[in-house]
Design a protein around this ligand. Structure first.
Ligand SMILES: CC(C)(COP(=O)(O)OP(=O)(O)OC[C@H]1O[C@@H](n2cnc3c(N)ncnc32)[C@H](O)[C@@H]1OP(=O)(O)O)[C@@H](O)C(=O)NCCC(=O)NCCS
Length: 292
């Protein structure tokens, strides 16, 4: 398969080289296909990269997607079983990501992914999985991953993929037409650096025993063109952010539980900006908001 010509967004992103090397794809069943914007910000998903999970021909791509999840989420202890991909992602929701034609991969990259001999399709380098909630435009983000850190970790540095996770989430929310976003992540997750690029994150939980990791925060934000552009590194967009009132250390379980008690008592908080890292660890800023 010959690579599609590189496409550009109508604004400057942090690392335009990503779109020179990678092409967008979506995994979506026919039930949700019509709801998606298949050219978010004008970046068209080629017809060959619209993957229908109900077709046998999609099997190899979906296996590579599962491999991407294993490489990235395996070390986090949360890889998805294949049935979760189908039941809780591909069928009820959609997956958006960026990938590279198999022919462009060197042998060490092919080995990392386990690309089968003779496969000429796209190899997914990032993915964003989201599920629609019960109101139009309201989605829950269920999985974000990027191969970039694993490639760096394996000493494979042929491409500069800086910003891949951020661009993937920004384009995915545009593709899915998200108006109100909800997500859940762990306090010590480096993905908080990405999520906070969309602006202040309203906290719904700070301590979440319903999740397999109680040290999970649940957060949300309203999606706008401005915060999507900001997430991808458009330096012309500057988002408003309240000042922080205090910080929570990423392993401070007592602090998380205290914050949860205050949320359940009716107080409101947000994460106004990216975490701070120093020799003592990762600190997440918190702003107190007015009660509703
Ligand atoms: C989290 C993840 C998606 C990031 O992918 P990525 O391609 O590196 O993302 P980006 O380059 O867009 O941004 C990463 C940001 O996190 C920061 N970051 C990442 N790891 C970091 C670390 N160990 N220490 C400090 N900052 C770190 C980067 O500096 C960058 O911030 P910046 O844009 O302000 O410079 C990727 O590491 C991954 O797939 N992880 C495993 C799965 C996971 O945890 N997903 C999140 C679930 S909510």
């Amino acid at each position: 398969m010959s690579p599609a010509p590189a496409q550009r967004l109508p604004f400057a992103i942090r690392n335009p080289a990503i779109l020179d090397a990678l092409e967008p794809y979506v995994v979506v069943s026919p039930f949700n296909l019509g709801c998606l914007d298949l050219a978010p910000f004008g970046l068209a998903v080629p017809a060959a990269h619209i993957i229908d999970p109900l077709r046998v021909a999609s099997e190899t791509f979906l296996s590579l997607l599962q491999r991407l999840d294993q490489i990235t989420f395996g070390p986090e202890g949360m890889p998805m079983p294949r049935w979760v991909f189908f039941d809780c992602a591909e069928l009820p929701g959609a997956i958006y990501g960026l990938g590279r034609p198999a022919a462009a991969l060197a042998d060490d990259e092919r080995d990392l992914f386990g690309v089968p001999a003779g496969y000429e399709g796209l190899v997914p380098y990032s993915m964003y999985v989201a599920l629609p909630m019960n109101r139009a435009g309201v989605w829950f983000g269920h999985n974000l991953c990027s191969i970039a850190p694993a490639l760096r970790g394996a000493g494979i540095r042929r491409l500069d993929l800086t910003g891949l996770g951020s661009v993937t989430k920004g384009l995915a929310l545009a593709c899915l037409g998200v108006k109100q976003f909800w997500g859940a992540t762990q306090w010590d997750s480096k993905a908080l650096f990405i999520h906070s690029k969309f602006g202040p994150l309203d906290l719904t939980t700070a301590w979440t025993p319903a999740h397999s990791e109680a040290e999970t925060l649940t957060y949300g934000f309203a999606v706008s063109e401005r915060n999507l552009r900001a997430s991808m590194g458009d330096s012309t967009v500057v988002l408003e952010r309240p000042a922080a009132d205090f910080e929570i250390h990423a392993s401070d379980r007592d602090g998380m539980q205290d914050l949860q008690r205050r949320i359940e008592a009716g107080e409101r908080f947000c994460v106004p900006a990216a975490p701070r890292i120093d020799p003592m660890g990762m600190f997440v800023p918190i702003s107190e908001l007015q009660r509703t």
